[in-house]
Design a protein around this ligand. Structure first.
Ligand SMILES: [Zn+2]
Length: 135
């Protein structure tokens, strides 16, 4: 038995002396992967790509933590909406009521707006509770 380096994974493996000139890979896996045109991983590639992917996902997490949550993270029963103008309008709609047709239209408009909002923020539960109050 002699040592040989696999041409695909660069691992040292043992091979019988009479096979030393024909054998190139440590396993069938390496042989097949090599013949595929090196689509699959190799040691050098994963070491380079994994930290990169990790870094991207970490920076994304950091971004959402710093930028998205403070604005969009509603607490249950909390009467906070982005934009003072919007919340003032909502208060007006609630206090005046929806007896006249114009007020009803306004209410429908704000309902649509809040539905869009809830989809964007994924704050469905909160929005549903809030819609009950508006109606
Ligand atoms: Zn190998």
């Amino acid at each position: 038995m002699i040592k040989k380096e696999c041409l695909f994974c660069r691992k040292e493996y043992l091979i019988k002396i009479w096979k030393r000139n024909t054998s190139k890979y440590c396993s069938w896996n390496c042989k097949i992967n090599s013949q595929k045109g090196r689509i699959s991983w190799s040691k050098g590639l994963t070491k380079e790509t994994e930290p990169r992917i990790k870094k991207i996902s970490e920076s994304l997490k950091k971004y959402y933590k710093e930028n998205l949550n403070p604005k969009c993270g509603f607490k249950k029963g909390h009467k906070v909406h982005p934009g003072k103008k919007l919340s003032e309008e909502h208060k007006r709609n609630i206090s005046i009521g929806i007896n006249s047709s114009q007020k009803f239209k306004d209410s429908v408009k704000s309902k649509e707006r809040s539905l869009k909002l809830s989809k964007a923020l994924k704050g469905r539960k909160f929005s549903d509770e809030w819609l009950k109050k508006v109606n």
